[in-house]
Design a protein around this ligand. Sequence first.
Ligand SMILES: [Fe+2]
Length: 384
Amino acid sequence: MKKIIFCISIFILASLKSLCQGIDNDNFVVTHGPWIQNPGTTTITILWTTNKPAVPGITLTMPDGSKRFIRNSHDGIVDAGGTLHKVKIDGLRPGTEYKYSLSSVQILKYQAYRIYYGDTISSKPVSFRTIPDNSPTVSFTVFNDVHEQAGKMGSYLRHNALANQDFYLFNGDMMDWLQDPEELYAAFLDTAAFYFAGSKPFFYVRGNHETRGFAARELKKWFDYREDRFYYSFDFGPVHFIILDGGEDKPDNSRYYYGLADYDAYRLKELEWLMEEVRRDNFRNAKYRIVIVHMPIIKAANQNQAMTFMSEKFGPVFKESGINLVLSAHTHKNTFYDKNKTGFGYPLLVNSNNSFLEVTAGMQGIKAVVKDVEGKPVAEYVFK
Ligand SMILES: [Fe+2]
């Protein structure tokens, strides 16, 4: 009898083992992030990755301590099954602090009539703040032309008090190119997530280098853009921000693009949008208007194709409508152009690849401080 029971036990154990083979529920972890995107007065988007497929969710703690659990769905199907997770939250209150934690439920098997779940991991709560309806000031830091040297960014961030910044701006060329999406993490995203991106949003402006490489056409998957475009506007405090995308720098027929560039048509569409944008009340009624664009828009000879195009077509629109400040990058040199020197009536501040800009706009004016990689101020500009 004992022998029969022993044999049955061995059989059950062997069956269980064979059932579990191929199901990997060990070491399920969050691999990157979170990083928050596309902040609004009532919305925000949170992204992160896991090493194995999961069902993503966010547990939101409201200011009164009550909780909301959020999952997104598309066409009636709850978002699930990938390793890159993007959860959009709406119904928030302006200028309000919320706490959130990531919820990732591992998917062991996903079939038409059978889904097996594994572990659930919940991250420590982190806080973020929605954009206020009315704020007398706005403060932000600009990074650009980091070209995958995240150490420079890390050095600056280690040396700076971050508590007062409302958001961060990556003004292009954070990457050399985007061939394998994994490159994004080491290039700058992990550093951003380590220092601030879980609680302070960043806006990722496309530079000419972000257009290069096979995965460049998928860049939006890792971020969240207003109206799903690389050019858009938003309001924060006294400033109306316009974010522009100059595309590639060379002519569309350059041999380096192998027939896959169509930027002139793209920039003309962007121009149409801009001409409508400057007629909107948000633009017209703003105390300040700041343009963020990777390649400088300035009247000058011997510029690349994109800069000539934007200078000829976007510059006059800005001259007509009135812009307080343009922040650019691309040249790898710190250069300041007075409003009488740009040809379009605005001052232009170009930030180098070895410095960082801290900008504050308030009732008294706009102040921009240029800092080096150790956080030491190297120049300061005030625009009344
Ligand atoms: Fe560039």
